[in-house]
Design a protein. Structure first.
Length: 656
C-alpha cells in the first residue's frame, strides 16, 4: 500500500477513485457463518479500478482529513459495486477470508444493491473514524438502512481501513450469522360483480400411490375408477422405471370438500396415500386460461419487472387479471432481518411492515360466463364471444376457443364485415336518412372500376332503409356511404369507440377505422372491410351503445366503469334499435330469435382472404334487455347461419 522515499518525510498515498468492475455474488442457501475462521476464499477477478498516486508532503491536519475522506469514499464506492478486490486493496491487513465474509453478507441477505454515504472523518492521533449511512436493498423485503463506521489506521501519511467484521455492521462479530424471513399475506380473491370468487385459494387433496404399501393393484384401480382414473394408469405409475417403495406417485387432485365425501372409501385401500395443500384455482378453466389467468412461480422476467419485495421462488400472477393486479392481490409481505448467534439468540432485529392483500372486483358475472362457455362448448375451430352490461360497459363474460390459444375475444383483430353497418347506418341517420326512406339495392354496384356484390348477387330493388339493414344489403349501404364524406363515417365510428385507445387491464387489439383514402376504400369500409378491424369485445360495446344510447368503454374491473362515455342522439339510438330488431324477426338473423324478451342483432360475413372471396368470418352482434353480445367464428362462413345459433344457445343458457 505504501512506499518509502529516500529524500525525506514525504509518502506516496494510494486510494481508489472509481472503476466499473462488479464481482459476482454467490447465492448462499441456508445459514452461513460470517466472520468465522479460515474458509475457502473465492477467486477474485482483478479490479477494474485505477490507483492513482497522490503524494502528500508534510501533511497538514487538513490534508490528512482530506486523504481520510477520499479513502473512505473510494472504499464505500467499491463496496456499493461489490468489488471485493478493490476493497481488499484499501484494507491494511485484511483476513484471508475477507471476500468470503462479504459474499456471505450479500448472499445471506439477498443484497440486490447498496449505497453508502460517508460522513466527516474524526481523526485521533494515528486513527480515524468515518461514519457512514448504509441503504441496503434486501431481496424480498425492501431497503434496510443503518449507521456504520469505518475505522482507519494511519501508516505514516497514508490511511488504510482497519478492517474487522464490525466494518460490515457495528454488531457483526465472529460466530454470528444473518437470518432473513418473509411472510406473504393470504392472496386476495378476484371477485365477480356479485361478490363470488373468480379466483381464490382452494383446499385440495392429492390422491397418490406409495408403491411399498400396495397390497393389491386391482383394489386401487377399482377405488379410483369412479373418479375417472383409467385402470391402466395404476400399472403405468407403478411400473415406471426407477420407482422406489417410498415414493409418492400423484394420481389426481380433489377439492377437499369432494374428498371428504369419499374419504371412507379411499382411505382404507392399502397403497393409497393423501397430501393436503392449498392451491389458487379459477372458477372455470376458461377464466383461468384467458381472463382471470393463473398464478405460478415467479420468472426472471417478472422478478426484474416487479422488483422489491419479490424474490426467487415467490408465487405470483403469471397471466390475466392475476398478473395485471399482482401487487394488489398479493399485498406486501411482513419481513424480519436478524443477526443471531450459533444458538439462535438474537443480536439484531429489523422488522419490515407488510400490507394486507386487497381483492379485485371484476365486472364478470359467473352465471353469464358459464352460459357463454356452455354456448361455445361445441364450437370447433377458432372463435370468441363477449357479453357486456349495456348500462355500465362492464364485461360480463368472455370466452375464446381453443382454450389453449390466445384470447381471441379481446385480442383478436378481424374485419367486422356487415356488423359495421351499425356505424354506417348511424352516419346515414345523422345525415337525415329515415328508416322508412327508400334506398336502392342492386345486385352489383361499381365504384371507380371495382365491383361490389351482395351475397348471392341478390338484387332487392327499391326497399326501405330498415329492410336494407335487416337483409344486410351491401350495395345499398355502399350507396349510402358514398353520399357521405369520409369524415362523416369516421365521426360515426369514433362515436362508437373506434380508434378510442380504450384502457384495459389485459392485452387487447383496439378497434380501428382508418379514414378512407379513396372512394373504393370508402365503399369497402362502409361494409366493414378494407382496413377496418374490430373484435367481439368492441363489437359487443357497439351493440351495447345502441341498447343504452351511450357508447361506454368496455371495462373488466369495477374501478374502470364509466371511464369513457359517448352519447348517441336518442332518436338515432331508437332507429338503430328498431332496425336491429328487424334483423332478428325478418332478416338475416332469425336463428337468434329465441323465446322471451326481444332479441336485437346484426349479422356479418367478413371476407379476410382476397384470394378467396368466399372465405369469411362469421359474426353476430346484438343485445337482449341489458346484455349485449358479440360472436365471431374465424373462417366460419355466414354470420346468421353460424354465429346466430351460438347466440341462441347463449341466450337459452341464460334463461336456464
Amino acid at each position: 500500500m505504501t512506499t518509502g522515499s529516500a529524500s525525506g518525510p514525504s509518502r506516496t498515498v494510494w486510494w481508489l477513485l472509481g472503476g466499473t468492475g462488479l464481482a459476482a455474488v454467490a447465492v448462499l442457501v441456508g445459514a452461513v457463518v460470517a466472520a468465522s475462521g479460515p474458509s475457502s476464499e473465492p477467486t477474485l477477478p482483478p479490479t477494474t479500478a485505477t490507483l492513482p498516486r497522490v503524494t502528500v508532503t508534510a501533511p497538514s491536519p487538513e490534508d490528512l482529513a482530506a486523504a481520510a475522506a477520499d479513502l473512505a469514499a473510494g472504499y464505500l464506492d467499491a463496496w456499493s459495486r461489490q468489488d471485493w478486490t478493490a476493497m481488499r486493496l484499501l484494507a491494511g491487513d485484511p483476513p484471508a477470508d475477507f471476500a468470503s465474509q462479504h459474499v456471505v453478507w450479500a448472499g445471506s441477505l439477498g443484497v440486490t444493491g447498496a449505497s453508502f454515504e460517508a460522513g466527516e472523518p474524526v481523526i485521533t492521533g494515528d486513527t480515524a473514524t468515518v461514519p457512514f449511512a448504509a441503504a441496503v436493498d434486501v431481496a424480498g423485503l425492501g431497503t434496510w438502512e443503518y449507521e456504520g463506521r469505518l475505522a482507519l489506521e494511519r501508516l505514516g501519511n497514508d490511511w488504510v481501513v482497519d478492517w474487522a467484521p464490525s466494518t460490515i455492521h457495528p454488531l457483526l462479530a465472529a460466530g454470528l450469522r444473518w437470518d432473513v424471513d418473509r411472510d406473504w399475506p393470504p392472496r386476495a380473491s378476484i371477485l365477480d360483480r356479485n361478490g363470488e370468487a373468480l379466483a381464490a385459494g382452494a383446499a385440495l387433496v392429492t390422491v397418490g400411490i406409495q408403491p411399498g404399501r400396495v397390497v393389491e393393484r386391482a383394489a386401487i384401480a377399482d377405488a379410483l375408477a369412479p373418479l375417472g382414473v383409467e385402470p391402466g394408469r395404476v400399472d403405468e405409475l407403478l411400473d415406471a422405471p426407477g420407482v422406489q417403495p417410498d415414493w409418492f406417485l400423484p394420481v389426481l387432485d380433489l377439492l377437499a370438500t369432494r374428498y371428504a365425501e369419499i374419504e371412507d372409501e379411499l382411505r382404507p385401500v392399502p397403497g393409497l396415500v393423501f397430501r393436503r395443500a392449498t392451491e389458487r384455482l379459477p372458477a372455470t378453466e376458461e377464466l383461468g386460461a384467458h381472463t382471470v389467468g393463473r398464478v405460478g412461480e415467479i420468472t426472471n422476467e417478472l422478478l426484474q419487472a416487479l422488483g422489491a419485495p419479490y424474490g426467487v421462488g415467490d408465487i405470483v400472477g403469471r397471466s390475466g387479471l392475476e398478473l395485471a393486479f399482482e401487487t394488489r392481490l398479493a399485498g406486501i409481505p411482513t419481513g424480519m432481518l436478524r443477526l443471531v448467534d450459533g444458538d439462535g439468540k438474537q443480536v439484531l432485529r429489523r422488522d419490515f411492515a407488510g400490507t394486507e392483500a386487497a381483492p379485485v372486483p371484476a365486472t364478470i358475472d359467473l352465471a353469464v360466463q358459464r352460459a357463454a362457455e356452455a354456448a361455445m362448448a361445441g364450437v370447433e375451430g377458432n372463435a370468441g364471444l363477449v357479453a357486456i352490461d349495456t348500462a355500465t360497459g362492464g364485461v360480463l363474460a368472455a370466452v375464446s376457443t381453443p382454450i389453449d390459444g390466445f384470447h381471441r375475444a379481446i385480442a383478436g383483430g378481424y374485419p367486422p364485415g356487415s356488423t359495421f353497418k351499425i356505424v354506417t347506418a348511424l352516419a346515414a341517420l345523422r345525415a337525415g336518412v329515415g328508416i322508412d326512406d327508400q334506398v336502392e339495392c342492386p345486385g352489383v354496384i361499381e365504384v371507380s372500376g371495382r365491383e361490389f356484390r351482395n351475397a348471392g348477387d341478390a338484387a332487392l330493388g327499391t326497399i326501405s332503409f330498415r329492410r336494407a339493414f335487416a337483409e344486410s344489403c351491401n350495395t345499398a349501404f355502399i350507396g349510402l356511404a358514398l353520399d357521405r364524406t369520409p369524415a362523416e363515417l369516421a365521426d360515426a365510428a369514433a362515436t362508437l369507440g373506434f380508434g378510442s385507445g380504450v384502457g384495459f387491464p389485459l392485452p387487447i387489439a383496439a378497434a380501428s377505422f382508418p379514414e378512407p383514402r379513396d372512394r373504393v376504400e370508402q365503399a369497402a369500409s362502409a361494409i366493414g372491410q378494407a382496413r377496418v378491424l374490430a373484435n367481439p369485445l368492441h363489437m359487443a360495446a357497439v351493440a351495447a351503445a345502441v341498447a343504452d344510447g351511450n357508447w361506454r368503454a368496455p371495462a373488466l374491473v369495477q374501478d374502470d366503469v364509466g371511464a369513457d362515455v359517448r352519447p348517441l342522439a336518442p332518436e338515432h339510438a331508437a332507429a338503430l334499435r328498431e332496425m336491429m330488431r328487424a334483423v332478428v324477426t325478418s332478416g338475416t338473423g332469425t336463428q337468434a330469435d329465441v323465446p322471451g324478451a326481444p332479441v336485437h342483432g346484426k349479422t356479418g360475413s367478413a371476407q379476410f382472404d382476397t384470394a378467396d372471396p368466399d372465405a369469411t368470418h362469421a359474426w353476430f352482434v346484438g343485445f337482449r334487455e341489458q346484455i349485449a353480445f358479440a360472436v365471431v367464428v374465424e373462417d366460419g362462413g355466414a354470420g346468421g347461419g353460424v354465429a346466430g345459433p351460438i347466440v341462441a344457445a347463449f341466450l337459452r343458457a341464460l334463461d336456464g
